[in-house]
Design a protein around this ligand. Structure first.
Ligand code: GAL
Length: 480
């Protein structure tokens, strides 16, 4: 592997931005402006290596489990891959120029083992779903304890090499998604599950999600330990993790539905956040999963407990949860263990407008509840809202798709709820929109567009949408 270090220079260069008349347009920001948020509050956009870089099999890069996965016909919409994606590998200067033009302060990206970008404050993530394929083949990756050592070695290499410039590190993006989608229903690589739950050749949904999650937590804790012991004081940085959190609202006011919603929260965010704060899994999980739930040794408890300086929450959506009407099935698996029913409407009223992705409903009040819940139950940690956004279908016609008024209203309403949570005492220090540019949306390939900036996938030209200019206006610096 030839480490490729791409440093963003502080030089200014002329941009080739699409001259869009909407840059002058006056938007309704819902009363929001930079001044609505505390001094020093960071606004950024988020993306991940495989989704945007391209150059996937060039310049010495080895394959990840995603490179192998996308090769199987049928896995990805239209059998697309991230081989070229939106070529941020070459176009990063143009893209960082875009971020600056839109008044963003920070960029959250991930390192595909060895690539790194910085006049925009880098927030670097060490792992965004892309385990090296070699480790999967050698010892089944996350299912073997060896991954703890290997991940910590990789993390340490990054601290040592880039820690003079990167002051905010994150270990894993959405370990829950990694464990559930990789090992319970198997729709993501490494594509493992019990036969009953999906189309996998191997796996065990009753045990493997918990083993993978356990190793993810221990890998995170070991990397944090090394950072704190050897680098943090010298480099003056901070370290955290990204957890995805859907808000689960009880469908009715019944006790049973309330318990079901609480179980859902415990099996979702509690699975990771409980150990990271308290050194153990939530009691509900211990009671339900029992001997299938791995245990932390005494020394592991000490290592895992309080193992973050900043907690990054990816929040997009909310669902109603109810106590299922049928008895739990006798087939065991992580999702079965929740014993919770999902609903997307109440008394015939949808929970929110659906975006292109079928899991994504626009529920701004869920943002307030999710943040407030974490504040209340987990000792009011320092939170960054690290992903939030919505997608349109990939085939919307151009240039009509630049008029993304639904996205403008999505961001306005969620940001108002974020501010409300902060006004009510939540300790939130930054917000990242997903994503700056349309990119490779995992299983949906290029059939989904999450960007503030439209990308023409034929010539890879970038065109800011209305939502990009909405942020530009909202984030204008009045005093500079
Ligand atoms: C997140 C994930 C991102 C992105 C986004 C939109 O869960 O971290 O990689 O794909 O969802 O689906």
């Amino acid at each position: 592997m030839k480490p490729l270090v791409i440093l963003l220079s502080f030089t200014f260069f002329s941009t080739t931005l699409y001259a869009n008349s909407h840059s002058q347009q006056h938007f309704d920001t819902g009363g929001l402006s930079r001044e609505s948020f505390p001094e020093g509050f960071l606004f950024g956009t988020a993306a991940s290596a495989y989704q945007v870089e391209g150059m996937a099999s060039e310049d010495g890069r080895g394959p990840s489990i995603w490179d192998a996965f996308v090769k199987t016909p049928g896995h990805i919409a239209n059998n697309e891959t991230g081989e070229v994606s939106i070529d941020q590998y070459h176009r990063y200067k143009e893209d960082v120029d875009l971020m600056q033009m839109l008044n963003f302060d920070a960029y959250r990206f991930s390192i595909s083992w060895s690539r790194i970008f910085p006049r925009i404050t880098p927030h670097a993530n060490l792992y965004h779903y892309d385990l090296p394929l070699a480790l999967q083949e050698k010892y089944l990756g996350l299912l073997d304890r060896q991954v703890i050592q290997d991940f910590a070695d990789y993390a340490e290499f990054c601290f040592k090499t880039f820690g003079d410039r990167v002051k905010t590190w994150m270990t894993f993006n959405e370990p829950r998604v990694v464990a559930a989608l990789g090992f319970d229903n198997g729709i993501n690589p490494p594509n493992r599950c019990s036969k009953k739950f999906g189309n996998c050749t191997d796996g065990n949904s009753a045990t493997e999600p918990y083993i993978a999650a356990h190793h993810l937590i221990l890998s995170h804790a070991e990397a944090v330990k090394r950072y704190r012991e050897k680098y943090q004081a010298k480099q003056n940085g901070r370290i955290g993790i990204f957890l995805d959190f859907v808000w689960y609202e009880p469908l009715t006011r019944s006790k049973a539905d309330n318990y079901a919603a609480q179980r859902a929260r415990d099996f979702h965010i509690g699975w990771f956040l409980h150990p990271l704060v308290y050194g153990k899994y939530p009691r509900t999980m211990q009671k339900i999963v029992r001997e299938r739930l791995p245990k932390f040794t005494k020394s592991e408890v000490e290592k895992v407990k309080n193992s973050f300086d900043v907690l990054c929450l990816n929040h997009y959506t909310s669902y109603y949860i109810y106590e299922p009407h049928q008895a739990p099935s006798n087939v065991t698996g992580y999702q079965q263990d929740w014993n919770a029913g999902f609903a997307y409407e109440r008394n015939g009223v949808p929970i929110g407008r659906r975006a292109h992705s079928e899991w994504l409903y626009e529920v701004p009040w869920g943002m307030y509840k999710a943040i407030t819940y974490v504040k209340k139950h987990y000792g009011s940690p320092n939170i960054i809202l690290s992903e939030n956004g919505m997608d349109d279908p990939g085939n919307l016609t151009f240039p009509e798709s630049l008029y993304d008024i639904n996205r403008v209203s999505f961001y306005r309403s969620y940001l108002k709820e974020l501010k409300r949570a902060m006004d009510d005492g939540a300790n939130v220090s930054g917000y990242f929109a997903w994503s700056i540019l349309d990119n490779f949306e995992w299983l949906l390939g290029y059939t989904s567009r999450f960007g503030l900036v439209y990308v023409d996938h034929n010539d890879l030209k970038r065109y800011p949408k209305l939502s990009a200019y909405w942020f530009k206006q909202m984030l204008e610096r009045k005093n500079s």
